[in-house]
Write a protein that binds this ligand. Structure first.
Ligand code: ADP
Length: 581
């Protein structure tokens, strides 16, 4: 019930539309009772007394009432649709706004397809509660009330008889509502699982083809699809019993009224017209009850969807994105002191790390994969918040700095250079909105990317495809370097690519990187000896902790872990490259 009430709180944003709808609904419903009234008058008064002159005005009255009723309906439908679209828009906008504030940790645990399902399917389902809640629910309730009053006025005894099925109808509705929640939840879960799988597989289509696992993946998809089918069928099975069952109960009401009415007629207590009018009224009384059952189904589905929507809206946003200090000038002195961090597992990903990078220095992080190097640099941007110790920039703890400010001053070039599905230009200007054509070409030149961009069909306006699939790895890397150059941040985080590119491209990338790192404090997760050699300081990380640090020469002289790494992995890359050239 709480979920439903929360959905209805969205109505409050548009009070005038809600009132206008209500007015249309009331007027339209009031018109419903005109025809039964006219019928009774015609049969009981006009016909027996041969009042020819009254027949046409009465018919016109009924016609006018019908016209007014349907005119109100038409208005209400239009209002409702505008209203509906406004609410969907608001809900989606709220949802997206919240999504962007959620910490990365939240996204780590949530399949993309699941989020997509909530935004694209759950939102309309929640909104249907609103439109149908008003359109069907309100109108139906009012019609029941108004027609009910008229029924009691027309014939209290028959009206009481017509009420006999009501307790059974209510009991049925309560029982259905009680058990419906879980059935609808199952459908939502199954639908989300199916979408998540689809999203994952479309993104991984290259891998699926490369490993030739199409058949297995198809089977997996079918299993998820079958789970959705079963859940939906189960839902419909219960519905197929519930709805006709309830309709049968109202039919019993008709028969009871007819039976009792016939008795009253034969005993001379009522007129023929009274019974006919009453049966008409009864149709208008039971009809909205049927819509209420339909509405119940929509409410239950909306409740299950609403739970998912509100779960996102209620998720804890990333702490203090707005607050915090902004420094006037950033020199780029970075220091980690006794920093520890855990993703929540038993073993911390970063343990008591202390390291320093002076302004303009280049610090290399080396170590086996999974050692915690990426985690370490992610703590600086506050993608994740460290648990203990302190990280400072120019002596100020990063936790005191405004997050947005902090991130705009740190450039991040990741190993898999992510490109958005847009043009080269669009992908560059995210670093600086008002960059001129000249700026773009300047950074492309520095990143050694100008040549290939010039060769592209539409130059800067060439579309790069989803995640940049239409570009080679080397091209993507150079574009992301150009992007970082455009942002011109005082601090740079660089996850050196391990993917092998040809030596010439490698040289071009290296040159671009050297230009990028010039005059900035840089942290490089290094995989190449050539990079490490140039570093002002090398930190060797293993199992989340710094094992040794120093310059290349110092560490080689120590003949410890670094020297060992040089002999194996770092050298390997170098040898491979030499062999390739
Ligand atoms: P490296 O960059 O040195 O290869 P990472 O910093 O990526 O290492 O990973 C360090 C450890 O943290 C690994 O054990 C990895 O499994 C774990 N880890 C990395 N990212 C996450 C995450 N988002 N959620 C949970 N654990 C993670």
């Amino acid at each position: 019930m709480k979920t439903i009430l929360r959905v209805f709180s969205y109505l409050r944003r548009y009070p005038r539309m809600a009132v206008a709808q209500l007015a249309c609904a009331v007027t339209g419903t009031l018109m419903v009772i005109v025809f039964p009234g006219v019928t009774r008058e015609v049969m009981d008064v006009v016909v027996p007394n041969q009042q020819w002159d009254r027949l046409t005005p009465l018919a016109l009255l009924a016609l006018g009432a019908y016209f007014a009723q349907h005119l109100c309906n038409s208005l209400r439908i239009r209002l409702n649709n505008t209203f509906e679209q406004k609410v969907i828009y608001d809900l989606r906008s709220d949802l997206y706004e919240r999504l962007q504030t959620l910490p990365l940790r939240w996204f780590d645990n949530r399949p993309t397809g699941d989020v997509m399902t909530t935004v694209s399917e759950d939102v309309p389902s929640v909104e249907r509660v609103l439109i149908d809640g008003v359109e069907q629910g309100l109108v139906a309730l009012m019609q029941i009330l108004i027609v009910g009053i008229f029924m009691f006025q027309a014939d209290a005894r028959l009206a009481l008889v017509a009420m006999v099925p009501m307790p059974f109808l209510m009991a049925g509705a309560v029982a259905y509502t009680h058990s419906a929640r879980e059935r609808h939840r199952r459908v939502r879960r199954a639908s989300s699982a199916l979408n998540s799988l689809l999203h994952d597989n479309v993104a991984g289509m290259r891998q699926i083809k490369a490993y030739a696992i199409e058949a297995a993946e198809h089977a997996r998809y079918n299993r998820a699809s079958d789970a959705l089918r079963q859940a939906t069928l189960h839902l419909m099975k219960v519905w197929s019993v519930y709805r006709p069952g309830m309709n049968f109960l109202t039919s019993c009401g008709f028969v009871l009224v007819l039976w009792n009415g016939a008795h009253a007629l034969m005993e001379g207590r009522i007129e023929k017209g009274d019974l006919a009018a009453f049966l008409l009224l009864l149709t208008y009384f039971y009809q909205p009850i049927e819509s209420l059952h339909q509405l119940n189904q929509i409410l239950q589905s909306g409740r299950a969807a609403g739970e998912r929507v509100f779960e996102i809206l209620d998720s804890e946003p990333e702490a203090d994105t707005e607050g915090g200090r902004e420094l006037d000038q950033l020199r780029g002195e970075v220091s980690y002191e006794d920093v520890s961090f855990s993703y929540g597992g038993k073993i911390p990903a970063v343990r008591n790390v202390t390291l320093q990078a002076h302004a303009g220095q280049m610090v290399a992080l080396v170590g086996p994969t999974g050692a915690g190097k990426s985690t370490l640099i992610n703590l600086l941007t506050r993608f994740y918040e460290y648990d203990s110790g302190v990280i400072t920039i120019d002596g100020v703890p990063v936790k005191e700095l405004n997050k947005r400010w902090l991130r705009t001053h740190i450039g991040y070039v990741t190993q898999e250079s992510f490109m958005f599905n847009g043009t080269v230009r669009e992908n560059l200007v995210i670093a600086q909105k008002d960059a001129t054509e000249e700026d773009l070409w300047r950074v492309l030149e520095s990143a050694n990317a100008a040549d290939f961009v010039r060769r592209m069909a539409d130059g800067l306006d060439t579309r790069v495809g989803e995640r940049g699939v239409k570009l080679s790895v080397g091209e993507k890397q150079r574009l992301s370097i150009a992007r970082a150059l455009l942002r011109n941040p005082p601090i740079l985080l660089l996850d050196e690519a391990t993917a092998s590119v040809d030596t010439q491209t490698e040289r071009q990338i290296q040159q671009a990187l050297d230009r990028l790192m010039d005059h900035r404090t840089s942290f490089v997760i290094a995989h190449r000896l050539s990079t490490v050699r140039h570093a002002d300081c090398i930190y060797v990380v293993e199992q989340g902790a710094v094992r040794e640090h120093g310059t290349h020469e110092e560490l080689i002289a120590r003949d410890g872990l670094y020297a060992e790494l040089c002999r194996t992995s770092l050298m390997e890359t170098e040898t491979r490259e030499l062999a390739a050239s």
